[in-house]
Design a binder for this molecule. Structure first.
Ligand SMILES: Nc1ncnc2c1ncn2[C@@H]1O[C@H](COP(=O)(O)OP(=O)(O)OP(=O)(O)O)[C@@H](O)[C@H]1O
Ligand SMILES: [Mg+2]
Length: 388
């Protein structure tokens, strides 16, 4: 089973390449499902097929869907949301604000991911192709499991949940509502589903991100930042797809300067992403819509390759023992140390890059230890933890 997410800046061709990949994979005999998690769905337009919020057959071996998070959110999150509304009202917020606050940050994105995971584990498909929203929203989606885990650990005594004790011993402040059993059971179920996401999404042999970009300076800069943040959140990138590459036949005359600029940018992409395959997707001479053109495009992109293969794996985070100390390390390409901060508290390591923060729950062996040193070398951050 494989999950491949297509991510990148707005308008670069994510939907087109996710659909093209799906069409080709299905033609090669893989049971493929292509799904859009972008609220501004355009997957149906790309496939030129009517699709909806449930998997819909497009052609042999190929199904497609556009996720409707609100439906899932209402079904799974109802009791928790009601409780949180009461909780925030108890803190003095007015009704409307409390209701808004009750959808915790990342909750909507989390439900997209949970749906992806559920379909991946359904046994119905060999391959899931996920057409993502532009960079920022995709990162919010990929960060959602950690963000929600963080909130739940703060708001609900999750450790107790996991120990199968349903209620807290006593509410912290008597004026605050105490979650009843329904709420706790709902939180418990949701927390367990979040816990099951990790082994699936952070296994580089199961889940890969394909970064789609066009050969333009701003797009490449954003793609490099995306690669850094994906490293922070522990996701593996298996290829970069450079889209709308001008075909050789257009060189000369009007397109000469564009061609030269693209060649220069391609060099930067090849150097920056040197560890992984850079696939080229040519500019097609008409809007790429419908399975026939998608197939033409995907044949150009993948050549002889099977698009469901793992083209590359990024190094996962690692914990190593060094004498009395431990080192936690993770790959953070394209970033300078002045953009990173890292600190540990209790059993969490918090790493921030630019505006993106991740609370990493540390293995038991590292909990309660002090951070002695954090060092960035050759694109890998190493955090040294001292004795307890
Ligand atoms: N290689 C290509 N050749 C010609 N047209 C292309 C190519 N790739 C994409 N397009 C066209 O560019 C437009 C935008 O592509 P697409 O919708 O796939 O981008 P996107 O990254 O999904 O955009 P958004 O960020 O808005 O979701 C579409 O009309 C598509 O047909
Ligand atoms: Mg799109």
């Amino acid at each position: 089973m494989r999950i491949i997410l297509f991510s990148g800046k707005g308008g670069v061709g994510k939907t087109t390449l996710a659909a093209a990949t799906a069409v080709r994979a299905a033609a090669m005999g893989h049971r493929a499902l292509v799904m859009s998690t972008d609220a501004a769905h355009s997957l149906g337009d790309s496939l030129a097929a009517p699709i909806g919020p449930e998997p819909t057959r497009v052609s042999r071996n190929l199904e497609a869907m556009e996720i409707d998070v609100h439906h899932e959110l209402d079904r799974e999150f109802g009791p928790i949301r009601n409780f949180l509304t009461r909780f925030f009202k108890g803190q003095g917020l007015d009704d409307v604000v409390a209701d808004e606050m009750a959808v915790l940050p990342g909750m909507e994105e989390l439900f997209s991911l949970l749906r992806v995971a559920e379909l991946a584990q359904s046994g119905e498909y060999d391959l899931l192709l996920v057409d993502c929203a532009p960079t920022g929203e995709t990162l919010r989606m990929l960060a959602a499991p950690d963000v929600l885990r963080f909130y739940f650990r703060k708001i609900f005594p999750v450790q107790r949940l996991l120990a199968r004790t349903v209620r807290p011993v006593a509410p912290l402040l008597t004026s605050l509502p105490v979650p009843d059993d329904d709420v706790f059971m709902a939180v418990k179920r949701l927390y367990e589903r979040i816990e099951r996401l990790d082994p699936l999404l952070r296994d580089p042999l199961v889940t890969s991100i394909r970064i789609v970009l066009s050969l333009e300076k701003m797009v490449i800069a954003e793609s490099e930042r995306l690669f850094t943040y994906l490293g922070l959140y522990g996701y593996s990138v298996d290829a970069v797809i450079a889209n709308r590459v001008l075909p050789a036949s257009l060189k000369g005359a009007y397109f000469e300067r564009w061609s030269r600029a693209q060649a220069g940018h391609m060099k930067r992409v090849r150097e920056g992403f040197s560890s992984m395959p850079i696939l080229e997707s040519p500019l097609i001479d008409e809007e790429v819509m419908g399975t026939r053109l998608l197939r033409t495009l995907s044949d150009e992109v993948y050549g002889e390759r099977d698009p469901s293969s793992v083209f590359h794996t990024c190094r996962p985070p690692k914990v190593e023992k060094r004498g009395d100390s431990y080192v936690y390390s993770l790959d953070l390409p394209f970033v300078s140390s002045d953009r990173i901060s890292a600190y540990a508290s209790g059993d969490e390591l918090t790493v921030t890059i630019d505006n993106w923060r991740r609370n990493i729950v540390l293995p038991r062996s590292l909990a309660g230890r002090e951070v002695k040193e954090a060092r960035l070398r050759s694109g890998r951050l190493s955090v040294l933890f001292g004795g307890r």
